[in-house]
Design a protein around this ligand. Structure first.
Ligand code: VAH
Length: 315
C-alpha cells in the first residue's frame, strides 16, 4: 500500500486519484494536515512533524511505499524560511527514520530549485554544481543528500526526481516561482488577460501534471539494478518563457492580453534556475519520456478549464 503525504497539494491531489486508478482505491492512503480531503480517498490526518504518528499510520495500514510530498515551495519559503526548514527538513527526516524502522520505500521530489547561479543553466547536467541561494533550494539539495545517505547507510530504498515547474488544472500550486504558468490559464478563460509576475523572456523548465504523475510511478516501479542515481533524477518536458506561453494561448484565444508586473523575489529565484535540463540519465536508466509538449499541454489545459470555469464575458 502507498501512503501519500501532502495529498491535498498540487501534485498530491492528482497523484491520489492516479494511483487509485492503477492500484485500486484500497491501496492508496492519502494524508495531510487538513481535517478532511475534498475528494474520495482513504484519509489520515497526519502531521509529518509527528514522527510517532507517521510510524503508527505506516504500520496500521501496512504501507510499503511512501510518496512524501508535504513541503513548502520556493517563493512562500523565502517569506518564512524557518517554517520551510521545519516542514521540508524535519518532515523528510521523520519520513526517512520511519522508513528505516518499517522498511518502506520512499519517493520524495527534488526540484530544478536544487541548482543555483553557479550551475550551468543550459542543458543542466545530472551531476553538477548545486549552490542554490533560496531556503527552498537549500532544503532540496539537503533533502537529496539525506535521501542518498539513508539509501547508502541504512539500505532504505529512496528515489526522487528533480521536478520542473508543474502545470495542472485540479489543485492550484502553493506559492512557487513557476505558479504563473498555472494561473495564466485560469485568468485567460475567466478574464481574457493575465498580469505575469516574471519577465517575458524568463525561460524555465516545465512539465504537464500527467507526465509528472507517470514519472513518479515509472521511477518507483523501475528495477533497482537500472538506477545509477537515486536522489534525484533530472526530468523535463519543455522549456518556455512567459511570452512564448502567451503566444501559444493566443493561438486558441486570439484576444488574450498579457501584461507584466514583476515580482522581484520570484524573478531573482527564476534567474538562478536552469533554462533547460539535460534529462538523459532518466531516459537511459528507466526510460523516461515526456508525452506533453507546449502545444499539447496548452490545448488540454484550455479544454479542461474551459469546461470548468465561467469564460470571460464577451466584450
Ligand atoms: C516552485 N513549483 O516554484 C515549485 C517547483 C521547480 C519549481 O519547485 O517552487
Amino acid at each position: 500500500k502507498i501512503l501519500i503525504t501532502g495529498a491535498a497539494g498540487q501534485i498530491g491531489t492528482e497523484l491520489t486519484t492516479y494511483l487509485q486508478s492503477i492500484y485500486g482505491d484500497d491501496q492508496v492512503i492519502a494524508s495531510g494536515r487538513h481535517e478532511e480531503l475534498h475528494f474520495n480517498a482513504i484519509y489520515e490526518k497526519l502531521d509529518v512533524l509527528n514522527a510517532g504518528q507517521l510510524v503508527e499510520v505506516i504500520r496500521r495500514h501496512r504501507v510499503d511505499s511512501v510518496i512524501h510530498l508535504a513541503a513548502i515551495l520556493s517563493a512562500k519559503g523565502e517569506s518564512d524560511p524557518e517554517a520551510l526548514w521545519q516542514i521540508n527538513m524535519n518532515g523528510l527526516y521523520n519520513v526517512l527514520e520511519a522508513a528505516k524502522a518499517t522498511s518502506v520505500s520512499v519517493f520524495t521530489p527534488s526540484s530544478i530549485a536544487a541548482f543555483g547561479p553557479e550551475t550551468p543553466l543550459d542543458r543542466t547536467p545530472q551531476v553538477t554544481i548545486q549552490r542554490p541561494r533560496t531556503i527552498y533550494g537549500i532544503s532540496k539539495v539537503a533533502g537529496e543528500l539525506l535521501c542518498d545517505y539513508y539509501y547508502h547507510h541504512f539500505d532504505v530504498d529512496t528515489r526522487g526526481v528533480r521536478f520542473p515547474g508543474l502545470i495542472s488544472h485540479e489543485a492550484l500550486p502553493g506559492g512557487g516561482t513557476t505558479d504563473y504558468a498555472v494561473h495564466i490559464f485560469y485568468k485567460a478563460i475567466e478574464t481574457g488577460g493575465f498580469i505575469c509576475d516574471l519577465e517575458p523572456k524568463t525561460f524555465l523548465d516545465m512539465m504537464y501534471m500527467p507526465d509528472a504523475l507517470r514519472a513518479i510511478v515509472e521511477l518507483m516501479e523501475a528495477s533497482p539494478t537500472k538506477l545509477a542515481h537515486r536522489n534525484a533524477y533530472n526530468i523535463t518536458a519543455m522549456s518556455f518563457s512567459p511570452e512564448i506561453l502567451a503566444k501559444e494561448i493566443q493561438k486558441h484565444l486570439p484576444n488574450f492580453k498579457m501584461a507584466y508586473d514583476i515580482n522581484p523575489v520570484k524573478q531573482a529565484i527564476a534567474d538562478a534556475w536552469p533554462n533547460s535540463l539535460d534529462d538523459g540519465c532518466a531516459r537511459t536508466d528507466w526510460g523516461w519520456k515526456p508525452e506533453y509538449d507546449l502545444p499539447a499541454m496548452t490545448t488540454h489545459m484550455l479544454k479542461v478549464l474551459g469546461a470548468k470555469l465561467r469564460p470571460a464575458s464577451t466584450p
